[in-house]
Design a protein around this ligand. Structure first.
Ligand code: NAD
Length: 525
């Protein structure tokens, strides 16, 4: 972590061209542990629009030299970053848990995802293949090359404060780009720690820059940097609302950003499903990370013949689940930040008289006065919420239509497959989806019909692997994909080259040899 002043609580700030900034033009804040609000995690010096723009300029200055380093050598830097993350795995995971309240085993998994991403891309430095392509003329050869985009500005949410950023940062750097990373302002200590691991991995100054700033200052700084021609690619992971603003801004600069946005992820339970498996999947999808994943379960869509049985088992499993201190053995811990608690309490108001509520001993914030049976720890010390299952959800309900980021899951009924599919798609999001069935026909028909970018069969809606394409459609994103080989198309551009060694001008389409044929020929009979 980047200590600017000596204090028991570290101070973190933006880092431009290897230099930690000591001023706070965007103001100061204290990051606190959401499971123990009295416990500060870091003092934060925020940058402003100028900081964002300056960081993009630092990246612009550093990028050509980085791109000139052979890709296998850049892969070596990625390898070293991965090793550093591995050596610091527990420390980084503890910080994730302290700052955003994710249960410790999940935080370890999140850090592992960075290591997996580095392991995948370090080898890509030795591939990054282009092609040799036959020409339509003799003595001429065609080639394709992957060219780095230039400067990538990466803006991320804080619910996956290290894994999701690494999905952008690692391939962007490997491909020869310089980056400016603007993490969520509610996970600044975690971001500063990850930045240190990247900076110690061997990246030259200015190739990796960190900006700590709020949303409006980030937007203003990005606009300035785009106007000044300092940014070539924007990667944004966050809400659909901000994503559409970023998309419009980039569109005005004739750029196509990566947009990874919100989700309202369906989980369809067919009458032939293994119900216990479906309940287990719904519990983890709906309430893991207190429902604060982009891939969290939005609505369980259950066949009418098994609806009551599924609901009873799901409610019982949710009632029995342990909520509380994220360093203990719990299904989920606190809300990530006060802002998510406030929004969650508003979303609870979407529950209508035609709905029924299940799953806990109360709704809303868990306190001594509004207790949760089996809670582990002191609920009043942090910001914890009851899990809430809402049955009787229909396609007309706001609860069905809106992403509700928190521990709330709707349950809707369907009569036939087409109705299930219509409910799975009707909200307009398209990130993740799941179907529980023992019939391959249902699984493949669902895959073909669902609008989501990701489909699980007999598995949770969440749980991406680091080498499979990740991304959404509709309100969930503009079709860009992260992870694996697919993200390379975001951080490189194809350049084509033709080389004519005929010693004369050969004109494409015009000077092409003919192949005489008898096209009037027909078989007899
Ligand atoms: P958010 O959109 O409020 O903020 C995300 C990031 O954008 C933060 O760094 C924030 O500071 C910044 N930001 C906010 N306003 C901005 C603006 N006008 N211009 C530029 N930057 C701005 O999202 P959040 O509430 O922090 O995160 C939760 C949301 O993120 C949910 O909708 C969730 O589904 C989504 N999410 C999506 C994915 C995915 O991969 N699809 C992953 C994680 C989270």
């Amino acid at each position: 972590m980047n200590a600017v002043v000596a204090s028991a609580v570290p101070t973190v700030s933006s880092i431009l061209a290897g230099r930690a900034l000591a001023d706070a033009p965007g103001g100061r804040l204290t990051s606190v542990n959401p499971a123990r609000l009295e416990e500060p995690v870091a003092e934060v010096l925020l940058g402003d629009a100028a900081t964002m723009c300056d960081a993009c300029r630092a990246a612009r200055d550093a990028q050509p030299a980085w791109a000139a380093i052979p890709a296998p050598v850049r892969g070596r830097a990625i390898q070293q970053i991965g090793r550093l993350v591995e050596e610091n795995k527990e420390a980084l995971a503890r910080l994730v848990t302290r700052e955003i309240g994710k249960p410790y085993p999940e935080s370890l998994g999140e850090v592992q995802e960075i290591i997996d991403t580095c392991n995948f891309f370090l080898g890509e430095g030795r591939r990054l293949y282009g092609q040799t392509v036959p020409s339509e003329m003799p003595d001429k050869q065609l080639f394709t090359f992957r060219v780095p985009v230039g400067v990538a500005a990466i803006i991320t949410a804080g619910n996956f404060p290290v894994a999701v950023p690494s999905w952008y940062l690692v391939p962007a750097l490997l491909c020869g780009n310089a980056v400016v990373w603007k993490p969520a302002e509610y996970a600044p200590a975690t971001a500063a720690a990850l930045a240190q691991l990247f900076l110690h991995g061997g990246l030259p100054e200015g190739v990796f820059n960190l900006v700590l700033a709020d949303g409006p200052q980030t937007f203003a700084g990005l606009e300035r940097a785009l106007d000044a021609g300092l940014v070539d690619k924007v990667g944004f992971t966050g809400s659909s609302q901000v994503g559409s603003e970023i998309g419009a801004l980039c569109g005005r600069h004739v750029q196509s950003p990566c947009l990874e946005l919100g989700g309202k992820n369906p989980l369809v339970v067919m009458p032939d499903a293994d119900l216990d498996l479906a309940v287990e999947g719904a519990l983890f999808s709906g309430f893991g990370t207190a429902g604060q994943r982009c891939t969290s379960l939005g609505t369980a869509i259950v066949h009418e013949s098994i609806h009551d049985e599924f609901l009873a088992r799901f409610a019982a499993a949710t009632e029995a689940a342990v909520v509380g201190d994220p360093m203990r053995d719990v299904l989920y811990g606190p809300m990530i930040h006060q802002r998510f608690l406030d929004r969650f309490l508003e979303w609870l108001e979407l529950i209508q008289p035609h709905h029924a509520v299940h799953g806990s001993t109360g709704t809303g914030r868990i306190t001594a006065e509004n207790p949760r049976a089996g809670f582990v720890g002191d609920p009043d010390a942090g910001i914890f919420c009851h899990p809430t299952i809402v049955s009787g959800v229909t396609a007309q309900d706001d609860l069905y239509k809106l992403e509700t980021f928190g521990p709330i899951v709707g349950v809707a009924k369907f009569a036939d497959f087409d109705e299930a599919l219509a409910l799975a798609n009707g909200h307009g999001y398209g990130l993740s989806s799941s179907i529980y069935t023992t019939n391959p026909k249902h699984a493949f028909r669902f895959r073909a019909g669902v609008s989501a970018g990701m489909v699980s069969v007999n598995n949770s809606t969440s749980g991406a692997e680091a080498h499979l394409p990740f991304g959404g459609n509709g309100k969930s994103g503009n079709g860009s994909r992260q992870s694996g080989i697919w993200v390379l198309d975001q951080f490189t551009r194809w350049q084509s080259m033709n080389w004519d060694y005929a010693g004369k001008l050969q004109k494409a389409q015009m000077d092409v040899a003919d192949v005489p044929a008898e096209l009037g020929f027909r078989l007899e009979g």
